[in-house]
Design a protein around this ligand. Sequence first.
Ligand SMILES: Nc1ncnc2c1ncn2[C@@H]1O[C@H](COP(=O)(O)OP(=O)(O)OP(=O)(O)O)[C@@H](O)[C@H]1O
Length: 430
Amino acid sequence: MASSRKSQPSPKSTKRIAVALSGGLDSVVLLDTVCKSQAKNKNTEIFVFHIHHGLQKQADDWLIFCEQLAKKYKVQFDFRLLHLNNAEGNIEARARAARYEALTDLCEEYGIEDLLLAHHQNDQAETVLLQLLRGAGVAGLSGMPISKAIQSGMRPITLWRPLLDQSRAELEAYAKEHKLKWIEDPSNQDRKYRRNAIRKDIIPKLEKIQPEAITNLARSASLLSDAQLLLDRLALQDGKEIFSNESLNTKPLLSLAKSDLPAANNILRFWLKLNELAMPSQERINAWWRDLSNVKADAQLEWTHDGKVIRLWRNQLQLASEPTGQWVFKAIAARSKHLGLPAAWVKELQAEGRIATKIRTGSEKLQTKSNSPRKTLKNLFQEADIPPWQRNAPLLYIDNQLIAVAGVGVSYPHLVQSGPRLWPEWQETS
Ligand SMILES: Nc1ncnc2c1ncn2[C@@H]1O[C@H](COP(=O)(O)OP(=O)(O)OP(=O)(O)O)[C@@H](O)[C@H]1O
């Protein structure tokens, strides 16, 4: 089996593309068409990636099937094994998210620019119906895009869905004509998954009423994705005063919400999309507007959405970046003759038990300049524009005296008195 060795294209070499192969009809047809169309193109190297979800007992056979197929087409193969817990909720969504992540990792590892997925027209029609049932708006009803750039690591990767205009019936006819073999995933028959129920029970009925149902549903998705582009453009225009760096300026946003709620909703949704957050229901957005209009000036507010925290602080809505690591205290070499916390001295202080790091209790004060009064840490954090949720930086004590606060400053008198040149530094590790 192929190993996960690093291999980047050589400078003179060619473009690398990858086919995401599940072993099902769709991706087998995709691989066949890609290999045939690129057969004479010496400038493109084709890779095949398979993701083993570790959820079904047949999955080992699928992996072997995919590897052998890649061998038959004489293209490179690699795979990833996922460790998902079947007992936890929404296994479909978690498996999909983990699969995309694993495929993106493989693309990065091999320097792949284009990743090809085999979604087809029926998948698109099912997506539109699923989104309708969820009460989605224009963005959700736009379905899956034919291409999407994802910024991952050093270089961008483009996801392509070249079969989006082909129906499953057309793919099956192609597979039969070219005598292709594929595997059937038994979970595709299980109607407990909503997509399968739509595929098996709803679409055949719709086709009886309207034979072109699949093509038409996919066409609606394409028209709505054009409409979404225009809405995004409108959000940028309407939001000129509202978008500030990565935050939303809530004063003009709220005043827009009062005069033109759909425009304000559009800005909010656009901002969530930019931050790669799921679209909230209209009820949730309405509740946010209520919170924002009831909040007192300069008060804080916090919402949890899609596993992330959105916070209001100083009239700015921002996505809280939670520190992922922990603080570590490290001795650093002197940067100049005045600054530095020499390792030998730290060692000595530690050995004598004279150095300690503590967390803030609330009443601490620090003097950061020779001629300025001691200030409370709260004031210093405010002056340094450090949001309240980031104020858990550790405090450094030497001989029970507060010497420094990570990210804020050092205590001036002690710096002068203590003789050795001080400049403690913390860094966050992840
Ligand atoms: N196990 C896998 N390994 C590699 N690629 C896969 C795998 N499963 C799916 N794919 C790729 O994703 C495409 C879509 O697969 P499928 O429709 O099963 O997945 P999905 O993304 O969960 O569906 P949807 O997003 O439409 O709900 C496949 O045609 C294939 O290209």
